[in-house]
Ligand binder design. Structure first.
Ligand code: FPP
Length: 226
């Protein structure tokens, strides 16, 4: 089984619109789907799930939607703690966390600490995350080093990213049918296989995850070789 799957959870708004529901209800359904997929991934033996929950560009959405998403993330972190403990899930976050509202930082911090000892699945949530922001933050961290080497290697650079301990995702899944990376994991996706599902995120269940994994298994990964 592959170790690390990254997911762009797109299509909550369209899912809601098609049902005459509000965008918030779409995000609410999307948050429930996180638990479904985390549980399925853990059962299948996947070790890490990295989910794009809020991008550095998502601040451009109407304030009411941004506030709803912030509340939802905080609520998810509080309300799903016991479920994470039961399933051996460890919560982890990546992004410009210090710029998030205090409410979100507190809930996420608490759940990260409480689940720190779990090791079945790492649920890595990208929050206020941008791939370019991550690279720029890494460069700035390197510039802060008091005794800087003249040159650095790819492996050295990697140590300054938000989650240096995680291996690169073998598979990127994007739901909602669009064919873009959208500033997600620009460094880490170099050799990842990409799978796009036409299903909106709230409709992406275990069956769809299995279809993505089957497609992944059928591809041959050559990393630039033959
Ligand atoms: C994209 O749908 C989805 C998002 C911008 C947010 C993803 C958030 C969640 C799934 C729920 C909250 C997260 C956590 C960690 C509890 P969209 O609104 O862009 O959909 P559209 O393209 O159909 O409008």
């Amino acid at each position: 089984m592959l170790q690390h799957i990254a997911i762009i959870m797109d299509g909550n708004g369209r899912w809601a619109q098609a049902r005459g529901l509000s965008r918030s209800q779409g995000h609410e359904a999307g948050s429930r789907q996180i638990s479904v997929i985390a549980k399925a991934a853990a059962e299948l033996g996947v070790k890490i799930l990295t989910l794009y929950a809020f991008s550095t560009e998502n601040w451009k959405r109407p304030a009411a939607e941004v506030n709803f998403l912030m509340g939802l993330i905080s609520r998810y972190s509080d309300e799903r703690l016991s479920e994470m403990q039961e399933n051996g899930v460890r919560l982890r976050c990546m992004g410009r966390i210090d710029q998030l509202p205090a409410l979100v930082r507190r809930s996420v911090h608490k759940t990260m600490q409480a689940t720190a000892g779990n090791s079945r699945l790492i649920l890595n949530i990208a929050l206020n995350y941008g791939g370019r922001a991550e690279i720029v933050d890494a460069v700035n961290a390197i510039l802060q080093e008091p005794r800087r080497a003249g040159r650095i290697s790819e492996a050295d650079f990697q140590r300054y990213l938000y989650a240096p301990e995680l291996p690169d995702p073998e598979l990127l899944i994007r739901t909602g049918g669009e064919l873009r990376i959208s500033n997600f994991l620009l460094w880490q996706l170099s050799y990842s296989e990409i799978y796009v599902s036409d299903k909106c995120w709230p409709d992406f269940g275990k069956e769809e995850l299995l279809a993505a994994l089957a497609e992944y298994e059928s591809r041959s990964r050559r990393y630039g070789g033959l």
